[in-house]
Write a protein that binds this ligand. Sequence first.
Ligand code: SAH
Length: 338
Amino acid sequence: MQLENCYWLTLKHIPRRLMRKPVPLSSVCMRFDIVTIFPGFFTSFFENGILRRALAEGLVTVDVHDLRAFTHDRHRTVDDRPFGGGEGMVLKPAPLAEALASLGIAPKAERLCQGTTSVVPQELQKEGGASAPEGMLAGDPAPSPRDRVILLSAQGRPFTQAMARELAALDRVVLLCGRYEGVDERINEIYCDMELSIGDYVLSGGELAAAVVVDAVMRLLPGALGNEASSEFESFGVADAEIDTDVVGVPRSQYGAGGLLDYPHYTRPAEFAGLRVPETLLNGDHHGIRLWRREQQLRKTLANRPDLLEHAALSKEDRKLLDAIRLETEKQGPGTRD
Ligand code: SAH
C-alpha cells in the first residue's frame, strides 16, 4: 500500500476523469478510509449521484484499503478459525492492526495520551518529504484531531441521522468492514472508538454498512446537496429545541421535519393511473401547502414510526392534529392506515 497515494485524493476505484485535481489533506473537508477485503465493492458506489460530485469537487475523500495488502503469507490470509470452536471464521487481528498503522491510527490509549486520535504515518513524517503535508513536521500529530475509528458490526450502536450529523462534523472517519463471523475483538478493544450497526439484521459483511455511513454523512457536508437547507427539512431532520411548541397559529416547526418523517412528494403528471395529486398542492396557496405537508408528516410518523413522536418538536397545533388523526384512525377500526 503506497502511503503517498493515501495522502492525496487518490481513489483507486474512481476513474481519474472524475477528479478535478488532487486535494491536499489540510484543505479537505472530510476524509473517509475504508478497510475491507472487497475493495471492488465500492466501485460503482463512487461513480454515481451526490457522492460522485462531492468527490469530484473535493468536499470529501474516500480511500479504500485492501486488507489483503497487509498480509505476509503466500495465500494473503485474512481469517482464521475461532478460539473455543464454533461456526465460521474470524478476521485476524494482525492485518487489521497493520492496516490501521499504515493510516496513522495509533491504539486508542496512545491517541488519548497524545490528545489526538491519529498520528502522522511514519512515511509522512519525513521532514520536508515530498509527500509531507504543508506545515507538518516529523512526529507531529495528524492535523485533524476530530477523527473516529468505527467498526461496522451488528452488535454496534444503531446508526441514526443524529449520528450521521455528529460524524459529518469530524475531519476523518476510518471504517473497518468485518466479514465471516466478525473481527477479532482485540481490534475493537485496542483501536475502535465505536461499533456501529446499520440495523437489527445481520449482513454478510461490513461493506454495505460502510457505504450507508459514507452516503448518509457525505450528503450532510456543506455544499454536497444543491440546496443547503434540504437535509434539514427531510425525514429525521433536526428536532429543533428552539421551536416554541405553544405558539398558536402556524408554528415554526411547520417549516422543517422537526424530528418527524418527511411528507409525501408528487411530480408531474397531476393525474397518474387514475390518481390525482392532492388539490392543495396544485393551487399555489403556500400556507395551505405547509399545513397539508405538516399534517401528512404527522400521519406518516404516527402510522410508521410512532416512537419518533416522543422526541419530535411538536407545537400545540401539531398535538391537536395528532389527537384528531388518532380519533379518526380509531373510528375507522383496526387494520387501517393513513
Ligand atoms: N457474528 C456476527 C455477525 C457477523 S456478520 C453477529 O452475530 O453479530 C459479518 C460482518 O458483517 C460483521 O463483522 C460486520 O462488519 C458486518 N455486519 C453485519 N451486520 C451488520 C449490521 N447490521 N450493521 C453493520 N455491520 C454489519
